[in-house]
Design a protein around this ligand. Sequence first.
Ligand SMILES: [Ca+2]
Ligand SMILES: [Ca+2]
Ligand SMILES: [Ca+2]
Length: 306
Amino acid sequence: MLKKEKGENNVKKLTELGSCLLLLLVFSVLLGSVRVSHAAGTTCVMWIFDLSGSMSNDLQQCKNTAKQTIDILAPLGVKFGLITHVDYPHYYDYCGYANTYGTSGDYAYMLHHPCGTDPGVVKNTIDGLATKSGADRPEDYARQMYELVNDPNINWVGAKEAVHFGDSEAHWCNMPGGSTGCDPGRNEACGDGDDVDLLEAVIDMGLHVIDYTFINPEKTSSDIEVHAFWKDFAAGHFRMCALSLEEVTPGQLAQHIIRLAVGGLWVPIDKFGLLAPYIALTSTIVVATAATAIYARRVKRRRQKR
Ligand SMILES: [Ca+2]
Ligand SMILES: [Ca+2]
Ligand SMILES: [Ca+2]
């Protein structure tokens, strides 16, 4: 009899939980139909510019794309920040690769503006960007990914989107086809704990729910080769994708960012004011699914104990 009562209690609890989840879902759907004045705080786009020498023939087009995309997204309440890099200004000989990564005046990482900087200020800084050296062909792309997760000064708000303009490979000891050197990390020395591994950096971005888009200007044969690498690499990783600047208009890039921000759901750009509740709905479903799974496991464990 006691057993039966407990079983009934469990069924009752599950029914209650189900009703709560249903209510939550209905509430979210209702929220989704209420227009909010703006989607402020729901998305931040960190722009990342590779300023190595090989970008000189691409930089203007990248600047234009970023600025025009800001013009589309800023009125909808999207936040922006800006990072630039060249490469470590040193010579390295490690993991089967020896070369000068960058020359004096180059740098590995610079946060110019955190999330939420005035869009006009971000556009002005983008306007003033100029290429430096970067010496060897690979650049420190993995370090940028690392900082997206680890630099607290970025001040992420809402959905985390990074768009990186670059035209080369990363430094990576495990590069298919041959090492392109270690990414020495913040201490700028290879062979210790703070070295950045490209694959680990990508996985870490995924764990921190950062969407990363690599945009390659596809013009020269070297660019096309690089793009093929990033496209293949990105295809195997959740929350990462590679696009070609030649195929992407600012309008398409804006749409791409919005789509990522709502977890892959397609939302028309003129409905972007509705984004906040859409994100709420997505989060509610995720939380509800997780809660159901945990609850079911607890019920199962209690049953097994008996
Ligand atoms: Ca180039
Ligand atoms: Ca380099
Ligand atoms: Ca290091």
